[in-house]
Write a protein that binds this ligand. Structure first.
Ligand code: TZP
Ligand code: MG
Length: 198
C-alpha cells in the first residue's frame, strides 16, 4: 500500500460526483461514506465509484460495510471503534485488503496499529458538525500520534484548506475532509496534494 495518501476524499451528498471530481483532481484515495442510503443503494453507488476510481488508478475505500466493500471490488474498508474488530475483519477479507480504523485518542491509535490496521484516521482534530458528539482532540494530540505510530495517519475533523499548512508543519501527510470537499472538490484536492507534496 502507498505510504502517503495526501488528500483523502470522503464523499457526502452527491457521492458519485464528488468521487469523480476528486479523481479528476488527482486524489489517490476516495472513501465512500454514506449514512443515509439503503444497503442496496450503497452497493449500486459503490460499484459506480469503483469504476471511476479504477479509471484513475485511485484507491477506493468503503466506510462501514465490509461486505459491500468486498462485493464492489473496493481496495478496502474503513471501520470505526464500534464496528467489528480488526482481527475479525482480517479473517473475512482477502489478503492485501486495506483496513483503516477511526481513532480518537493516542491510546486508540497505538492499539489500532498493534492490531494490524493499515492506516488510521485521527480526530476530530477540530470541532465539526459531521461528528458533533466527539470532543476535538487538537493539533497536539495529532503530533503525539505521528510520533508514536508508523502506519499512515490521516488527520480528520473540522479541516479546510486554510489549516492544511499548519498541519503540514507538525508532520501531517494525509488530510481527510467531508464538508470541505463538497465544493470545488478537484481544485481542493490539487491544492492539498501540492501542500502535502504528493
Ligand atoms: N471522523 C472523525 S471527524 C469526522 C469523521 C468521519 C468528520 C469529518 O467531517 P468534516 O466535515 O471534514 O469536519
Ligand atoms: Mg463507521
Amino acid at each position: 500500500m502507498v505510504s502517503q495518501f495526501g488528500a483523502y476524499v470522503i464523499t457526502s451528498g452527491n457521492h458519485l460526483k464528488i468521487a469523480r471530481e476528486a479523481c479528476r483532481g488527482g486524489a489517490r484515495i476516495v472513501q465512500y461514506r454514506d449514512k443515509n442510503s439503503t444497503r442496496k443503494e450503497i452497493l449500486e453507488t459503490a460499484l459506480k465509484i469503483r469504476e471511476v476510481t479504477k479509471d484513475f488508478n485511485s484507491l477506493f475505500i468503503v466506510n462501514d460495510y465490509i461486505d459491500i466493500a468486498h462485493k464492489s471490488g473496493a481496495d478496502g474498508v474503513h471501520l470505526g471503534q464500534d464496528d467489528v474488530s480488526l482481527a475479525r475483519a482480517r479473517e473475512i477479507t482477502p489478503d492485501n485488503f486495506i483496513i483503516g480504523i477511526s481513532t480518537h485518542s493516542l491510546e486508540q491509535a497505538i492499539k489500532a496499529e498493534k492490531a494490524g490496521a493499515d492506516y488510521i484516521g485521527i480526530g476530530p482534530v477540530f470541532s465539526t458538525p459531521t461528528k458533533e458528539k466527539y470532543k476535538p482532540i487538537g493539533i497536539s494530540c495529532v503530533k503525539e500520534v505521528l510520533q508514536s505510530v508508523n502506519i499512515p495517519v490521516v488527520a480528520i475533523g473540522g479541516i479546510d484548506i486554510d489549516v492544511v499548512e499548519e498541519l503540514v508543519k507538525i508532520g501531517v501527510r494525509n488530510v481527510a475532509m467531508v464538508r470541505a470537499f463538497q465544493e470545488k472538490t478537484g481544485e481542493k484536492v490539487k491544492k492539498i496534494n501540492f501542500l502535502l507534496k504528493v
